[in-house]
Design a protein around this ligand. Structure first.
Ligand SMILES: [Zn+2]
Length: 487
């Protein structure tokens, strides 16, 4: 029996506009309930929507990055629901003529390039929020009418791992494009995977019923829900033999505590929504020159940037995403290199102590307040052998609170590397004297020589307060050990 999961994703992204999709109400999280509302988003009779131009541009940026075709003629449609948090009783969305269609995203996964086709990306509006209190329910319409981008992929994913990687890449992409904060805890980006299995047994092919898991708001729950469904659907198929027939799609939710999917209401067929063209809005035809302009001003996207960093900054494929992940930090790295900083050294320092300082302050490297020139200065002190890598870490600490260039701090802190043989010799002699075990090991067993050299060099660095040139010290240690070895 060969089981192949077939997975597609629907992704909802909250767009980072200042105001809502169809009215001028501010988009604010955490404001007093119903304080950001007006006749339009309250759905009062006679109130007319006006499209938010920036929301359309943001949606277009995502579409362009996903290599979609931007439709020259698109329209708005009503999708009917009846829910307390949807006062109009319909959502304005796009049905048959979405703004963006037929794109794809390629990304490295598992040693190959995975390609996921994007069926469409369209604009719509979010609903409000129901809050269930003791004895009654409240409705907050601050979120009603927020611009949402819905992205729908083809079912091109075949594992939970791959789906997670796609989601990570898409999350990084929307962040890069300045399209969304995409804070998943706030629900600004949500995933809904469609999952079923292709089962090949005794020369026959079976498809299991499709399950859509609703509203996943973390990469972990996306992966967990898919893994669980793959297992569950296989078990159900083996027990019952039920396969995909028209109408047996179902919705399930994810229980984050028990790590299982649970049944939800059955999925409505498309006609239940009674889609029809929105009579309050005219069809929309994006100006070709404007689309071309947006297209020309796209930033370098994260996946090509990752590849460039791997080759230019000499970092491994595992480390590169950490440098690319935050766009401002990646820009700062490029700026520091443009300011003359040694690329490989800069990358090592970004991955090393700069990342550590940023983490300790719960921020990003870009927000540490360091100029590209100062970063380049510190990197070049190491490249030129003026200070050791260890000393650079100490200087970096001082740079966070002081404004002098790295070179001045190095002098002042007495960290300028000493390669003068006399001084290094004194430190080496002390290191050998203090560590007779390491010396004996190296003499008894030549195979341990390199380890002893490393250890003793570390000791010299400690004794010298990071001032010794480690290369000079290491060479000297090896020479001294050779002298001590009985002939
Ligand atoms: Zn409003």
């Amino acid at each position: 029996m060969v089981v192949t999961p077939i997975i597609g994703l629907e992704i909802h992204v909250h767009l980072a506009t200042r105001t809502k999709m169809w009215c001028g109400c501010a988009l604010e999280y955490g404001a007093a309930p119903n304080s950001r509302t007006c006749p339009v988003c309250l759905g009062l009779p006679g109130a007319l929507p006006v499209a938010n131009q920036l929301a359309i541009e943001l949606a277009m940026r995502v579409g362009l990055a996903l290599r979609c075709t931007i439709r020259s003629f698109t329209k708005w449609d009503r999708k009917s629901y009846y829910y307390p948090d949807l006062p109009k009783n319909y959502q304005i969305s796009q049905y048959d003529l979405p703004l963006c269609e037929a794109g794809h995203l390629e990304f490295p996964h598992d040693g190959r390039i995975a390609k996921v086709r994007v069926r469409r990306a369209h604009l719509e509006e979010d609903a409000g929020k129901n809050t269930h209190l003791t004895g009654f329910s409240g409705v907050d319409l601050n979120r009603a009418g927020s611009p949402l981008l819905e992205i729908v992929t083809e079912p091109d994913l075949s594992s939970a791992d791959e789906a997670r990687e796609f989601a990570v890449q898409l999350h990084r992409l929307v962040h890069y494009l300045g399209v969304s904060e995409a804070n998943m805890q706030l629900g600004q980006m949500r995933f809904e995977p469609n999952i079923n299995l292709r089962i090949e047994r005794d020369g026959e092919v079976y498809l299991t019923p499709i399950v859509e898991v609703k509203n996943l708001n973390s990469f972990r729950s996306l992966q967990g829900a898919i893994e669980y469904e793959v297992q569950r659907q296989q078990e159900v198929f083996l027990e019952t033999g039920v396969t995909l027939a028209s109408g047996n799609k179902s919705n399930r939710g994810w229980d984050d505590d028990r790590l299982v999917t649970v049944p939800q209401r059955e999925k409505e067929e498309a006609h239940d929504y009674r889609y029809f063209p929105e009579p309050d809005l005219i069809p929309y035809e994006p100006d070709a020159a404007w689309v071309a302009d947006v297209s020309e001003h796209m930033p370098e996207l994260p996946i090509p940037r990752t590849e460039r960093f791997i080759s230019e900054y000499k970092v491994g494929p595992k480390d590169a995403p950490a440098l690319v992940d935050d766009r401002a930090t990646a820009d700062l790295l490029d700026d520091a290199a443009a300011a003359g900083g040694d690329k490989a050294t800069l990358a090592r320092q970004f991955l090393g102590f700069w990342a550590m300082h940023a983490n300790a302050r719960e921020t990003t490297i870009a927000r540490l307040g360091l100029s590209p020139e100062r970063l380049a200065g510190l990197a070049n002190l190491v490249r030129d052998g003026t200070v050791s890598a260890t000393a650079a870490a100490r200087i970096s600490e001082a740079m966070l609170t002081r404004s002098e260039p790295a070179g001045v701090l190095a002098e002042e802190m007495g960290l300028v590397q000493v390669s003068d043989a006399g001084a290094v010799e004194t430190w080496v002699a002390e290191a050998l004297r203090n560590n007779p075990d390491a010396v004996r090991d190296a003499l008894d067993n030549p195979k341990k020589l390199q380890r002893a050299r490393g250890f003793l060099t570390g000791q010299v660095m400690k004794i010298s307060g990071g001032q010794a040139d480690p290369k000079v010290a290491g060479d000297l240690i090896e020479r001294k050990l050779a002298e001590l070895r009985p002939a």
